[in-house]
Ligand binder design. Structure first.
Ligand SMILES: [Zn+2]
Length: 232
């Protein structure tokens, strides 16, 4: 059977299980719920309704991934670097380059290059920007907090700004942080460092954040203001 809640179709599978499970699956955010055989349709619908904000959130993440692949790397597209908007201007040449002027991002690529090839170059460009800033800012926050990452790396992600492996002490940072303001990067660095001390977003974790960056809530709000891979 299936339910439709606020225009979102939800596939329902009754199985010999004890608990309900809700899934939003790639690649397009299809929603399905598994429920115990004995559970009434009304109870399933009630459960799904209580999770509706979460479902919507998950679906929008898939939408954003979709939007990313639609980016064409043609003149006129918006291009964010460290929180500042530039307009992409495509030039043709044999050697790839990306040069920022006041309001433009001049991307030189081979004329026959595909959107995927342009994107691959741009991602590595963002990676260089981000790595240079992390190399400066991570030691700063390690000194302030007395916490130390064993190593760190950058990675393209669409659902998280950073991650921390609290067992190994390794931190990962989303390449897309180079699109956001530098304060956003500082916030994510501090956030991941605090996970070395406290795994969960517990009261203790929040107290650490409050201690080292009293304004972190405001910064977090600006970080999530725009979706990842935002296009105008
Ligand atoms: Zn966290």
């Amino acid at each position: 059977m299936s339910l439709i809640i606020s225009d979102i179709p939800i596939e329902v599978n009754k199985k010999n299980i004890k608990n309900m499970h809700l899934y939003v699956k790639p690649p397009d955010g299809k929603v399905s719920v598994s429920a115990p055989l004995s559970m009434s349709d009304e109870a399933i619908e009630r459960f799904v309704r209580t999770k509706f904000n979460w479902i919507r959130n998950q679906i929008s993440k898939f939408d954003n991934q979709q939007r990313q692949s639609e980016r064409e790397y043609v003149s006129g597209e918006t291009f964010y670097v460290w929180g500042k908007r530039h307009y992409l201007q495509i030039e043709y040449g044999n050697k790839n380059s990306l040069i920022l002027t006041r309001d433009r991002a001049v991307l030189t690529v081979r004329k026959e290059s595909t959107a995927e090839q342009r994107e691959a170059y741009v991602r590595e460009w963002y990676r260089e920007q981000l790595k240079a800033d992390i190399a400066k800012l991570l030691p700063k926050w390690e000194k302030i907090t007395g916490l130390k990452a064993s190593s760190w790396q950058t990675k393209y992600m669409t659902t998280r700004w950073g991650t921390c492996n609290s067992k190994t002490g390794k931190l990962w940072f989303n390449l897309q942080l180079a699109k956001k303001t530098p304060e956003c990067l500082e916030y994510v660095i501090l956030h991941e460092l605090c996970h070395l001390e406290e795994k969960n977003h517990s009261d203790r974790f929040v107290a650490l954040m409050d201690k080292y960056m009293p304004m972190w809530r405001e910064v977090k709000a600006t970080l999530n203001e725009q979706t990842l891979d935002y296009m105008e």
